[in-house]
Ligand binder design. Structure first.
Ligand code: ATP
Ligand code: NMN
Length: 247
């Protein structure tokens, strides 16, 4: 039985914008995008937030308008080594999102009693938005936002369910941020499902390459090094207060 947690809508852009002049953005004939990023966020870094900015810019050039984004921290049952309890990761994501005008946290996945696959997470966000009726179904697109390491994992046998990968690519779409020089076009060329849905897979190159990773941040904390300017000050304060990531 799913734990019922309402989807936050407070930062969703549903009104006026300079880009749309004086008229209401939602009356315009364009596709509105809601980004969903799934991951450990252990802890959330500036790069996790930066991904939303990069995706928003890239989609704008393609004629899409991003009206909001969600970070969805993975459930504890994912059992990745060193994964902190979801309560901490959700809290840190909430603190990280404070500085964003459009990125929110969706704690639904983290708060369920079992692991939730990414397709289920995307479907739930889409269902909530459809149910609310705030945006017309045919002008709303929910997309998975990820880094190229995650896109690469789609092709590793046994990690994802092929039918679910198909559904994610076909019914949602993926916006993928290049990470550490990975060739996203090659990944798309070498995967049949990606090939079939290549118009729905958008790759984003960074103008300012950024190698921040949660693993490296955890390593710095363990060694007692500074992590300032790698993630939000509020997140750093929380980690200190709660004495997290020190073995
Ligand atoms: N520097 C980065 N460039 C591009 N994508 C990134 C970067 N850091 C994280 N991501 C993406 O953010 C999402 C969530 O990542 P995750 O929480 O696993 O962070 P991570 O830094 O990869 O963590 P870890 O180091 O613990 O594996 C994934 O889609 C991942 O690819
Ligand atoms: N089949 C699936 O839906 C599937 C498989 C592997 C990873 N994932 C997701 O990808 C993300 C990976 O996060 P990490 O890079 O931190 O391991 C998590 O949100 C996880 O739930 C989903």
């Amino acid at each position: 039985m799913a734990v019922n947690i309402p989807l936050l809508l407070d930062k969703l852009f549903l009104g006026h914008s300079e880009e749309f002049g004086s008229s209401n953005a939602l009356n315009k004939n364009c596709t509105f995008v809601v980004l969903v990023s799934t991951g450990s966020f252990n802890p959330p870094t500036y790069m996790h937030l930066r991904m939303f900015e990069l995706a928003k810019d890239a989609l704008k050039l393609l004629g899409y308008y991003v009206i909001g984004g969600y970070m969805s921290p993975v459930n504890d049952a994912y059992r990745k080594q060193g994964l902190l309890p979801a309560v901490h990761r959700v809290k840190m994501c909430e603190l990280a999102c404070k500085s964003s005008s459009f990125v929110m946290v969706d704690p639904w996945e983290a708060m369920q009693s079992s692991y939730q696959r990414t397709l289920i997470v995307l479907s739930r966000v889409q269902d909530c938005l459809y149910r609310d009726g705030l945006i017309k179904r045919d002008s709303l697109k929910v997309m998975l936002l990820c880094g190229s390491d995650m896109l690469e994992s789609f092709s590793i046998p046994g990690v994802w369910i092929p039918d679910q990968v198909k559904a994610i690519c076909r019914d949602f779409g993926i916006i993928c941020i290049r990470r550490e020089g990975k060739d996203i076009d090659e990944m798309v060329r070498n995967n049949e499902i990606f090939q079939e849905n290549k118009s729905n897979i958008i790759s984003v190159d960074e103008l300012v390459p950024n190698k921040i990773s949660s693993t490296k941040v955890r390593e710095c904390i363990r060694k007692g090094f500074s992590v300032k300017y790698l993630m939000a000050d509020e997140v750093i304060d929380y980690i200190k207060d709660q004495k997290l990531y020190i073995d």
